[in-house]
Write a protein that binds this ligand. Sequence first.
Ligand SMILES: *Cc1c(COP(=O)(O)O)cnc(C)c1O
Length: 361
Amino acid sequence: MRESFSIAGLVRPELEKLMPYEAKLYPEAIKLDANENPYPFPESLSSKIGELAAGDVLSRYPDGAALELRRDIAEYVGTEPEQVMVGNGSDELILNILLTFGTGGRVLITNPTFSMYKIHSQIAGARPIPVPRRGDFSIDVPALVCYARQPEAKVVFLCTPNNPTGNSTTLEEIEGVLQQVSCLVVVDQAYLEFGGEDALPLLKRYPNLIILRTFSKAFALAGLRVGYMLANTDVLRQIEKVRQPFNLNAFSQAAARTVLANRDVFKEQIQTVLEQREVVQRGLKSIKGVDSYPSATNYILFRTNHDSKVIFQGLLERGVLIRSLGGPELPGFLRVSIGTPEQNTKFLQALDQVMQQVGRD
Ligand SMILES: *Cc1c(COP(=O)(O)O)cnc(C)c1O
């Protein structure tokens, strides 16, 4: 007779409540849900990158240390290659930080913020502890410090500018945390190209600082998964132990170098996105029943008095995909990425129609 088998009895208990991450595709809709660069990838660069997919790039293992890319990133941000680690998206780096330092400990998360800090904490067997932001979404430094000084605390995540709220944290606030804690402080700057203050100058003075950045947003490479981390060598040496030896494929490494070498192409796009952000902000303010929030990023947070799912669905029916937030922390809130001028006009028109339909109370 066969032994009885129960998959639920084998899975790690901390994964029991975790739901697989689902990103539904709506290929027909205008995509303003994931804060990507909305412009068609520059053709001059696509052909250069296309030519990279040949020979050794395909048949040989990549440079596991990604030396050339790390050198280029170091030059771009103004640090040393030894202080750079690259990842298969910054998502992978978040997981690697938590696998190195978090397992069995506590991770402090300034909610509402990027969802992957909590998810990766659970995957790594760390306990995520929410430290709520204030009403204006600024971080509560004294509360954060209080939690972070407890011995179980291993990692603090601070996203600035913050996803999904769009506001940024000042260097003084970040320094206020760094000075008073002895756990690691991860400052996620995925949107730095759009606004906020660069935390890099703090790296020299604070050995417990880790900075995360990415090619997925301003540099239009979300599909190739290239993120990077800036930290002191003692910290990186520990994280090296959990990093997969060939975590960033050769094609993505080469493509990211090409993007960096041609980054002027993106400057203009970033500038247009910033101008369009003000256009969308004005548009949102002119729609009755909609409250929008200031943004230092390429997206805007807004709310209505209706269930965010209803607004989301109404927009989707009109061909516009944005992000519905909701939940106890952000009831009635949604987030829209800044698109091209045409996309933004369509979004604002669609939202105005949806608000007319649901009633502007
Ligand atoms: C989009 C985003 C990232 C993800 O970056 P990848 O490099 O694509 O994994 C990281 N952090 C924040 C806050 C983001 O919004």
